[in-house]
Design a protein around this ligand. Structure first.
Ligand SMILES: C=CC1=C(C)c2cc3[nH]c(cc4nc(cc5[nH]c(cc1n2)c(C)c5CCC(=O)O)C(CCC(=O)O)=C4C)c(C)c3C=C
Ligand SMILES: [Fe+2]
Ligand SMILES: [Fe+2]
Length: 361
C-alpha cells in the first residue's frame, strides 16, 4: 500500500501503488483565491503581487510599489475583483477545478500506458495547493524525481521564472536535494499546436462563422520585453504556427495582448482597443482564443468572454465568440503525456524496470 495525498482526488487516500514508483509530475499553474470573497482575494493578490518577478523594481522603486500595493491596491481591488470571481465561480475557482481535472485525466492516461506510471499532482505558484508544500510532501513520501510542468506554453520571467525561484528556495533547505526537472516552455511544440488547432477547429465546426480569429495573450509590461523577456516572441510564434495549421491567410487572424494592469505601457496591440477598431472597420464577426492560458480562468471567462464581448458589441460588432481554453481536452492531455515522455524518458524507464524486477522476483 502506498500513501499519498493526491490533490487530483481532493482527499487523503491510500492507493495500491507499486513501491518502484519514484517519479512524480506536478502540473503548476499561477494560483487563484480560495474563495470568491474580498478577504481571500486580498490574501491571494498580496502573495502574487509582492513577488518581485511579477512587479519588478529595486530600492526606492520597490518600496514605492509595496506602499501602493499595501495602502491602495489591497484596500480597493479585492472587493471589485471578488465580484468578478463570484460571477465565474462554480463549486471552486475554474482554474483550480480545471487543473485538478487535468491532473486526473493525465494520471488515467499514464496508467493506461505504463505499469509504473508517475504520480501526477497539482501545485500552484501562489495560494493552494502550494508548489513548495507539494514538493515537501512528495519528498516525505519517498519520491526522488519530480518533473514540473508549468502550465504556461510561453515562458515569461513573470510566470515561469517564479517557479524556478520556488524550487531553488525549496532545495536550499534540504540536505539531499530532489532530482527536479522543469519544462521551460512548449509554445512551439507540435503536440500543443495540434491541441490548440483541434480545439479551435472543433469549436468552429459547430458555431456561427467569423471573419477574423483573434489570438489574445495575457500581456506583460512593455519594459520587461525590452529588457529581454522572450514572452512576446514566443506568443507570436504560437500564433504563426497555429494559424498555419488551420490554413488561415494573414488577413484572417490577429495577435493581441490583454489584462493590462497599472498605468505603464504593456505589450501591444491591446485586445480591447483592437476590438473597437475592428468593429469600426466594419468587421462584424470575430472568434477569440487565448493561447497563453491552458485552463479557463478569470482572465478568459470574465475579461475575454464577457467584458470584451461588450466592448466589441458597443463598438458596432455583431457576433463575438470566445473559444474555450484547451483545458482537459484529449489532445492537450496527450501534449502533457508527450512532454513527460520526452523530458523524463529515463525516469519512466527506471521506474518500469524496477516494477518488472519486483514482479519477476
Ligand atoms: C501586475 C502584473 C501582472 C503580470 C506581469 C502578469 C502576468 C501574467 N499573468 C498570467 C496569467 C494569469 N493572470 C491572472 C490574474 C491576474 N494577473 C494579474 C497581474 C499580472 N499578471 C492580476 C492582478 C491578476 C488577478 C486578477 C486581477 O486582480 O485583475 C490569471 C487568473 C487567475 C485566476 O484566479 O483565475 C492568470 C491565469 C500570465 C500568463 C502572465 C504573463 C505572461
Ligand atoms: Fe496575470
Ligand atoms: Fe484581467
Amino acid at each position: 500500500m502506498y500513501l499519498r495525498d493526491n490533490s487530483c482526488f481532493h482527499f487523503e487516500q491510500i492507493i495500491d501503488m507499486p513501491d518502484s514508483i519514484k517519479t512524480a509530475v506536478i502540473l503548476t499553474n499561477l494560483g487563484t483565491p480560495d474563495k470568491p470573497e474580498a478577504g481571500a482575494v486580498k490574501r491571494y493578490l498580496r502573495e502574487f503581487l509582492s513577488d518581485a518577478r511579477v512587479v519588478e523594481g529595486k530600492g526606492v522603486r520597490r518600496l514605492a510599489w509595496l506602499a501602493v500595493l499595501n495602502f491602495i491596491i489591497l484596500n480597493l481591488r479585492p472587493r471589485k475583483v471578488a465580484k468578478l470571481y463570484q460571477a465565474i465561480w462554480e463549486d471552486d475557482s475554474p482554474m483550480r477545478k480545471i487543473l485538478n481535472e487535468q491532473v486526473t485525466e493525465l494520471q488515467l492516461q499514464l496508467q493506461q500506458k505504463y505499469q509504473a506510471a508517475p504520480c501526477v499532482f497539482a501545485g500552484m505558484s501562489y495560494g493552494s495547493p502550494g508548489l513548495k508544500e507539494r514538493l515537501a510532501s512528495l519528498a516525505s513520501h519517498g519520491y526522488q524525481r519530480v518533473l514540473i510542468i508549468p502550465m504556461y506554453p510561453q515562458y515569461s520571467a513573470t510566470t515561469t521564472a517564479p517557479i524556478y525561484d520556488q524550487i531553488a528556495r525549496f532545495q536550499l533547505g534540504r540536505r539531499e536535494v530532489l532530482d527536479i526537472r522543469i519544462v521551460k516552455s512548449f509554445y512551439d511544440h507540435p503536440a500543443y499546436i495540434n491541441a490548440l488547432a483541434s480545439s479551435i477547429r472543433s469549436f468552429q465546426e459547430t458555431s456561427e462563422g467569423s471573419e477574423k480569429l483573434m489570438l489574445s495573450y495575457h500581456g506583460i509590461p512593455k519594459e520587461y520585453a525590452e529588457k529581454g523577456d522572450p514572452y512576446p516572441q514566443q506568443c507570436h510564434k504560437t500564433s504563426e504556427l497555429v494559424t498555419k495549421a488551420l490554413g488561415l491567410a494573414d488577413t484572417q487572424w490577429i495577435t493581441t495582448f490583454q489584462s493590462r494592469f497599472g498605468p505603464a505601457q504593456w505589450l501591444q496591440p491591446y485586445t480591447d482597443k483592437t476590438l473597437e477598431s475592428l468593429a469600426q472597420q466594419k468587421v462584424t464577426a470575430i472568434d477569440v482564443v487565448c493561447p497563453a492560458f491552458t485552463a479557463d480562468c478569470l482572465e478568459t471567462l470574465e475579461e475575454i468572454a464577457e467584458e470584451n464581448k461588450e466592448v466589441f458589441h458597443k463598438a458596432g460588432g455583431k457576433s463575438y465568440q470566445y473559444i474555450p481554453a484547451v483545458n482537459s481536452t484529449p489532445a492537450f492531455i496527450d501534449t502533457l503525456r508527450i512532454l513527460i515522455e520526452e523530458q523524463a524518458a529515463d525516469w519512466l524507464k527506471s521506474d518500469n524496470q524496477a516494477e518488472e524486477e519486483t514482479n519477476a522476483a
